[in-house]
Design a protein around this ligand. Sequence first.
Ligand code: G6P
Length: 615
Amino acid sequence: MCGIVGYVGKRDVVDVIFKGLTNLEYRGYDSAGMALQDCGELRIYKTLGKLINLKNELEERKSELKHPTSGIGHIRWATHGSPSLVNAHPHTCSCGRLVVVHNGIIENYKELREQLIKKGCNFRSQTDTETIAHLVADEYAKAKDLETAVRNSIKQLQGAYAICVMHKDVPNLIVGARKHAPMLVGIGEDENFIASDTPAIIEYTKKTIYLEDNEIAVVTKDSVKITDINGNTVNKKIEMLPWEPVALSKLGYKHFMLKEINEQPDVIRNVLNGKLYDIDAPVNLSEVKIDKETLKKLNKIQIIACGTSLHAAIVGKYLIEDFAGISVEVEASSEYIYRKTTTDSSTLVIGVSQSGETADTITAIKQAKEKNSHILIITNRPDSNMARLADSLIPVNAGIEVSVAATKSYSAQLISFYLLAIHLAEIKDSMDKEYLKNIKHELIQLPTKIEEILSNTSSIQECARKFSSYKNFIYIARGVNLASAYEGALKLKEISYINATGYPAGELKHGPIAMLDETMPVLAILIPGGITYEKVLSNSEEAKARNAKLIALTSSTDKAIDTLFDNVIRIPHVSEVLSPAITCVPLQLLAYYIAEFLGKDVDQPRNLAKSVTVE
Ligand code: G6P
């Protein structure tokens, strides 16, 4: 949801900000912009669409620049005002001497805007951000000090913001502030950075200060000062980033998404590493910081998440209830936060998030924290805001995921849930030991089976080619694979813009069956040997009787399947309970190849962002 980079220092300022924005492009790509302090001039560049357009613009106008020594940059995911040049950041005050970039939503911007218009401010855009530029300029006129002006301004702002402000009068000084939106300061030598997220700065420094809500950072080349809303100095801990600089390279793959799908076997090995290596030994999940006696008595868990993480949570519910007999509620974070929840100190609340920055999930977690629930966070970003709210933290170690559609992080979350469910079952002694041993054995075998799928994708590609012209799909499953149907359909929607719905197979006849005809393919997930196979098969027959084209995703070798279904995607067999960890892979590939055939922008689908920092 918008990315911000600020830099003061010795390096090529344009290059640092541009690379930083490139590494934050997952946060939005509606427009991009940069403001540079250049030998007494404040120069502003803005372009519509992807960052590459800003690069070209900067290249064309290179001769204007003398020697920029500081600057701020922005990539936008539009909230207020359509994606357009006039709405692109940075925004300026009426005289153009003050510039602002912003991530978040200012909820009281309309009333502030009216007040500022009455004072003579000249608004040009439809954004809430422009209000901040005029407001800070107004305060600057009174205070004659940028830090004070920002402090006095944020006292008047309602909503969420991470902002960077520069003024022509005070070159090489950037003031940053945040509330409910991420912002960090990177500490270098003769240089300092401000950014929305660590990938923007990791190439240059690992030393980081995470700003908290209502804190203000004043950053120059050789100093960083952090103060609170009242102007008191805050002594912040400098933390070392856990990441190594990563070359965000596709490694020969056409898209990051395909690369990330192919990384899944290793990601799974990584998640299992150190936690499950011997089927006779208990799972080692020392990350769960709740004593055994309390865990034994635990009778309620709530899991909150959004998007793909919510689908991993649904699988988690199934596993924990099945293995450990603990009742689990799963809810979308955006719903959890708008009603009275029944959380209390005896409830374990699990937040699941790839980015650790999703605003709705952070708010939901804070709400649960207030009720004294133990907070367990499962995230791919142990350095995130959400991770810092955790009482227990399970990092999923999927590595940086670049493609907006989540793939490998989903697999890593699923495996984390398998480990958690087994861990709980072992503590509670709630499951047959031999059964758990078999599950552990299958988990260890899983990467090899996924490699088998990845080594021959021809049936998936053929299916994608055949079905890429269809406008509507229904994905059906029962039991633990229902989440796979939801997730497979979500992948297709996200990257191909085709209408796809995941639905409980048994519910088909209670409504959706009315839509079925030869124009709406039905994809059924059928895992033999489990409790749902025969039933999903019958539901598929019902769809066939309404002329729907049928696709099977199955490990069954039954020839009858080939007769009933128009296309069959075969996968190696695993037990039903473990199958979501394998069915997700062909479904990701099917969505990928359909989007590819349709020529869609697979890694950066329209209207989406990877990290959603607004509610
Ligand atoms: C966005 C992304 C999705 C992701 C969801 C939740 O919508 O586009 O891919 O699943 O946010 O994100 P999180 O980082 O909390 O898992």
